[in-house]
Write a protein that binds this ligand. Structure first.
Ligand code: NAD
Ligand code: USQ
Length: 399
């Protein structure tokens, strides 16, 4: 039985993964500071689905599955705490989700940019030191993001690029063009992990994940209290989630700019399976590998049209609006990213067309009475960082 530490296990990807690995027979322990719950409060936002306390979620999981997931409440920035958990549990694998993951959050102002990079980069660095000190053969499964690459005008490879320059050849990290201080933090993490694999011989899988959608996994369906997050606000809500909720409440879909922005997407059921596949197929000691973790690619306009036609099947009259883009990004561009490594290891993808109505729009319709209209319009402006969010945006913990 694998011992797996899931860092960030109270969050969206982490909760689904912890349940999935526990169900698959792993001995799972979650580490989370519950910071995300505080950030939500500070921004006046909330998951549309009601999220229970961590204690309640874990008790219910134990009742319905007969399995126990351990929980340590603490911050990766606290090295004494983190190293004591690692040395006590001695995990075979550590899945690291515990970061501030919103691009708009990182672009609010100086304070949020500094907080994001400090939280993410130093937390990850602390983890690398704890692994080296106590479990040097442990497999680090780190969540990166497809946004590390940005949208270059060439095909995107899985982490590395064969380069020929002035008659010499090498296999070098793929160039990075991230689009926010958040995405930059993931690039910095990747460099630190790659460095420690070279100098300390750590083994790591960097999963450059696309945008995740869907609320439901087989485990979360085992009881209502196990429900996962559905973020639809302007800071943590991703475009697809937002479009589904906007469709449910009769709000025009907020396509930013021209809508040609193309990204990789995957179902939360594929996220948890990819993590399991990575754990079951560890890299060699000293190996740093990168997998691009997504299954399909769509432009924002394509997503809006898919939601529009799926909404029509449910009797919803969905309109689309191109609103001024608060972000600085290419709105029409080439995009062709390789994503074969996980499929070669056994991933059987789910497709958006199969889950859009049941797993996304139907849930948005179920909870539409709880939607806060004040969090639909975008409030964070890439060009003008300022502390201008109308709701209190004071940081709970500042740097
Ligand atoms: P989330 O905000 O729902 O969960 C993150 C969890 O980490 C939260 O519970 C939070 O409390 C915890 N956390 C953050 N900083 C911490 C710290 N310093 N110490 C302890 N706990 C801490 O985010 P998510 O959507 O589940 O994303 C998880 C990871 O996956 C992130 O690293 C993100 O960059 C990556 N990712 C997410 C997506 C997506 O679409 N959600 C896509 C690609 C990559
Ligand atoms: N967008 C709209 N309308 C909206 C919201 C967003 O058109 O109402 C556009 C954005 O301008 C952007 C695209 O949709 O061009 C994607 O934005 P998003 O908010 O859906 O996702 P993003 O900011 O890229 O971040 C999310 C997760 C992050 C993860 C990333 C994966 O929040 O944690 O790293 O997806 S990736 O996009 O591959 O980098």
């Amino acid at each position: 039985m694998n011992r797996v530490l899931v860092l960030g296990g109270d969050g969206y990807c982490g909760w689904a993964t912890a349940l999935h690995l526990s169900n698959a027979g792993c001995d799972v322990r979650i580490v989370d500071s519950l910071a995300r719950r505080e950030w939500d409060q500070s921004l006046g936002i909330a998951s549309l689905t009601p999220i229970r306390s961590m204690e309640r979620r874990l008790d219910v999981w134990n009742e319905v599955s007969g399995k126990t997931i351990g929980f340590e409440n603490g911050d990766l920035l606290d090295y004494d705490f983190l190293s004591s958990v690692v040395s006590d549990f001695r995990p075979d694998a550590i899945v690291h989700f515990a970061e501030q993951r919103s691009a708009p959050f990182s672009m609010i102002d100086r304070e949020h940019a500094v907080f994001t990079q400090h939280n993410n980069v130093i937390g990850n660095l602390n983890l690398l030191f704890a692994i080296k000190e106590y479990v040097p053969e442990c497999h680090l499964v780190k969540l990166g993001t497809m946004g590390e690459y940005g949208t270059p005008n060439i095909d995107i490879e899985e982490g590395f690029l064969e380069v020929e320059h002035n008659g010499r050849k090498d296999r070098l990290p793929f160039p990075k063009l991230p689009g926010s201080f958040y995405h930059l933090s993931k690039v910095h993490d990747s460099h630190n992990i790659h460095f420690t694999s070279r100098v300390w011989g750590l083994r790591a899988t960097d999963l450059n994940q696309g945008v995740v959608y869907g609320t439901v996994t087989p485990e979360s369906e085992m009881a209502p209290e196990l429900v996962n997050r559905l973020d639809y606000d302007d800071v943590f809500g991703t475009a697809l989630n937002r479009f589904c909720v906007q469709a449910a409440i009769g709000h025009k879909l907020t396509v930013y700019g021209q809508g040609g922005q193309t990204r990789g997407y995957l179902d939360i059921r594929d996220t948890v399976r990819c993590i399991e596949i990575a754990i079951d197929n560890p890299p060699e000691i000293g190996e740093y590998r990168v997998f691009n973790q997504f299954t399909e690619q769509f432009s924002v306009s394509e997503l809006a049209k898919l939601v529009q036609s799926a909404g029509a099947e449910l009797g919803l009259n969905v309109e689309i609006e191109n609103v001024p883009n608060p972000r600085v990004e290419l709105e029409a561009h080439y995009y062709n990213a390789k994503h074969t490594a996980l499929v070669e290891l056994g991933l059987k993808p789910h497709f958006l067309s199969d889950s859009l109505i049941d797993s996304l729009i139907a849930i948005a319709v179920q909870f539409k009475g709880d939607v806060d209209l004040g969090t639909i319009a975008p409030r964070v402006d890439w060009r003008n960082p300022s502390n201008a969010l109308p709701r209190g945006s004071a940081m709970v913990s500042t740097v």
